[in-house]
Design a protein around this ligand. Structure first.
Ligand code: NAD
Length: 416
């Protein structure tokens, strides 16, 4: 495992252990909720375009299905080994439990750099992987989704291969193209969810009045959707960035003009309407809300004390190191944790799955309304627990998720 994965695993286990201690959970129950239920690794031979056969390695780690079928993305990445996949699967179990949707947690991975493969090779690899794991998948068993290195097209290939074996089964994956049964609003959902909980937290903390200033690091799928929703709800997005750098305007950026410019092939570095700044400067801007939505480990003990935002909304997974998290808590900075802030993706995956099972299509407004209602309920429950127990929002989120999971585990008789 590389450092990122170790941190991810450490962060999730540290949070679960904190909840286990707080809730006084027995050792046998702890073991049941930590250990993955089932894992499958497979060698995946693929005939490459040059005529040689290359053997790839794929995994599916099914962490827990106590509260519903296993659910989680499939990552195509050179570092996606079994341990990496397992860490991500565990996070999914607690995310689904926190937002109270009827899913467990899982993750899949193939150790490959998808950019090095031709489309034909990628299709062959995806089909081989699907054939290798199809027996442990199922609409009521385990439902994959896209993750790093995979997208709606990958899900279409998985659905096609699975359907060739089992008959037409659109509900076997979520994050599909809309034409094949994907849901309206799915791609915007993690960012929209982050903005929904971010806005509620700003209101509760009385930060920024009607138009809080928001800084978004990482203007990708999550960051750009979050920025658009923040603006829709009256906030001012004062800075955004991508890997090459950022743009800042203390009066607020014209997000829609920037989106049009990016669609035409422009970059944030060339965008008008603000001053160029570095990612390091962006993190330390005078703002009300900071949304790290790029990568893990960007808020560390090095910069935690220089962050001026009073509210941090973790759009990315694990952007805050454990040490930085403590420093922020000591300074009274509120962190809306990843397990809550970016859960909108799995929430709309749940809607997609439900639509597929019902063979009924929802309109975008319905998807967005239901997303708002689930995210609001999860936020309210977390905030209430945080206040009544005097803990951080991250600890509150894990306390709720772990409690839900242990109660369901007890009811299903695992410890009898
Ligand atoms: P993306 O690739 O669409 O966007 C990432 C953005 O971050 C890009 O603008 C990129 O240029 C920028 N970036 C990359 N490295 C950077 C760096 N070092 N400094 C500043 N900016 C940098 O990815 P995404 O799908 O938006 O995912 C972002 C994060 O959100 C990841 O942590 C991901 O795991 C998490 N997440 C994504 C989803 C989803 O459904 N897409 C759901 C939940 C969580």
């Amino acid at each position: 495992m590389d450092e990122e994965d170790l941190q991810m695993l450490d962060g999730t286990i540290a949070s679960v252990n904190g909840a286990v201690a707080e809730l006084g959970i027995r050792d046998d129950m702890r073991a049941v909720i930590i250990e993955p239920w089932r894992e499958l690794s497979a060698a995946l031979p693929v005939r490459m375009d040059d005529g040689t056969v290359k053997v790839f390695h794929g995994h599916r780690s099914q962490h827990n299905a106590t509260r519903g079928p296993f659910k989680g993305g499939i990552r195509f990445h050179p570092a996606a080994d079994l341990a990496h996949t397992r860490a991500l699967g565990m996070l999914m179990t607690f995310k689904s439990a926190l937002v109270n949707i009827p899913f467990g947690g899982a993750k899949g991975g193939i150790q490959v750099n998808p950019r090095e493969l031709s489309e034909r090779e990628l299709i062959a690899l995806t089909r081989r992987y699907t054939r290798s794991i199809h027996l442990i998948l199922g609409v009521s068993r385990d439902i994959p989704a896209p993750d790093l290195g995979t997208n709606a097209q990958t899900m279409a290939w998985i659905m096609d291969e699975y359907s060739a074996i089992h008959g037409y089964t659109p509900g076997i994956v979520t994050g599909k193209p809309i034409e094949l049964g994907g849901s309206e609003g799915r791609s915007e959902s993690p960012g929209r969810g982050a903005a929904i909980v971010g806005r509620l937290a700003a209101q509760d903390l009385e930060i920024g009045g009607d138009s809080p200033r928001v800084v978004v690091q990482g203007y990708g799928q999550v960051g750009s959707s979050a920025a658009r929703k923040f603006v829709e709800d009256g906030a001012r997005v004062v800075a955004i960035s991508d890997i090459a750098g950022g743009l800042y305007n203390s009066n607020g950026l014209d997000i829609h003009a920037i989106d049009r410019f990016l669609e035409e092939g422009g970059s944030i570095a060339d965008s008008r309407g603000g001053d160029q700044i570095s990612n390091a400067e962006l993190m330390e801007l005078d703002t009300d809300v900071l949304v790290p939505a790029a990568i893990e480990g960007v808020i560390t003990s090095e910069n935690a004390d220089s962050i001026k935002a009073q509210l941090i909304v973790e759009g990315a997974n694990q952007p805050t190191t454990i040490a930085a998290d403590r420093m922020l808590a000591d300074r009274g900075v509120t962190v809306v944790p990843d397990v809550l802030a970016n859960a909108g993706g799995v929430v709309v995956s749940y809607f997609e799955w439900a639509q597929n099972i019902q063979q009924f299509k929802w309109k975008l407004d319905r998807v967005n309304d239901e997303l708002e209602s689930i995210m609001t309920a999860a936020y309210r429950a977390t905030r209430e627990h945080m206040q009544s127990h005097g803990v951080t929002m991250r600890a509150a989120a894990y306390n709720i998720a772990v409690k839900r999971l242990t109660e369901a585990t007890e009811m299903r008789g695992f410890l009898k």
